[in-house]
Ligand binder design. Sequence first.
Ligand SMILES: [Zn+2]
Ligand SMILES: [Zn+2]
Length: 426
Amino acid sequence: MILYPFITLFLLLSPSSEEVEIITSEESAYLSDLYKELHQNPEISLQEAETSERIAQELEIVGFEVSRNFGGFGVVGILKNGDGPTILYRTDMDALPMPEKTDLPYASTKTADGANGTTGIMHSCGHDMHMTSWVGTARYMAANKGQWSGTLMFIGQPAEEIGQGAKMMLDAGLYETFGVPDYGIGLHCHPTIPAGQIGISDGYTMANAEMVDIIVKGVGSHGASPHMSIDPVVVASMIVMDLQTIVSRNLKPTESAVVTIGAIKGGTKHNIISDQVTLQLTLRTYKPEVREMVHRRIREISRGVAIAAGLPKDLMPEVIIPDVYTPANFNNTELTNHIIAVSKESIGDNNVVHAEPQMLGEDFARYGSTEHKVPTVLYWLGTVPDERLGMENLPGLHSPFYYPNIDKSLKTAIKVNSEVMIGLME
Ligand SMILES: [Zn+2]
Ligand SMILES: [Zn+2]
């Protein structure tokens, strides 16, 4: 842990460590402008052409060697500064296809009825804040090379929202081309933690996230002649109810899993018994053995209900579980403890909060899930603006009303990131 002399001085003078400045007001204004520019010009997954070019330029300005279009629109910036560990720091770049409703003066220019499309595009998941923090950290690290020794691997990842970007960059040979990092860090904006704070915990923090389809077959007939049918709507309904018992009856009570049936699709008209119903599920788990158990029970329940309904062998339900899914995020304990210790000194004990694990999916998990077992941590950056503190029902991520406090969030991220990195590379 490094405490710079000027920070110590501020700590002594300042009543609250939140007010400790790590960057000048000019630097802060520069980054705030960059944030607004990115926010106003969002691009959706797999279309991050201008965004990636913009942040690639920012890294080049401060001396990083930059590779573009690495795994889609992926950006890899390398800054070598003597011997020492390599630290990967990832930002994502994509926005969401939805209209912004914040009424901010710097709201997205891609509105629902504008020239750029019909749905509108918005950075409602805070990836613009992730990018600006990433650029700000790069600028700080490049300006303070005397304090660290090692290699920075800053990556700009496309297509996080569709769970593909990390895989695209790893499949393109990220580690083979640029080396296997010793550590990996990333952050994500948090919609209910106040700006000025971070949230963190070790172990599983985000879930295996996967989409499963069940195609339930039946024997169709006239709605008034149910005795001539095997009604797939009824079979599917029974499957839906029985699936509820996986979490309540099959899962060890101290473990976690989610089985949500998000969609049921079947039938065409009031008086027709159809011959097929499709169920669309999202599954969330942490541990591999729990994931396997959930898969097994989905197959057993679907088949068992179909047999009980009298369906013949060739009309058994099809359970489709794709091979590709977002793996669970596991925060390495040692690296988590390092980040907690550094941030407590850096932004104050009260500003480092324990963040509850979630069942969301985040493909950052992939960087630590390869055979190399890179220790990684994804932490939460508090973003709630002062004017929204105490507000009930704060807008969540992906809400058209979500927006972060720019200045405080940025400074907190840059301070934590750079001190965490310097602490690993002294
Ligand atoms: Zn998102
Ligand atoms: Zn996100």
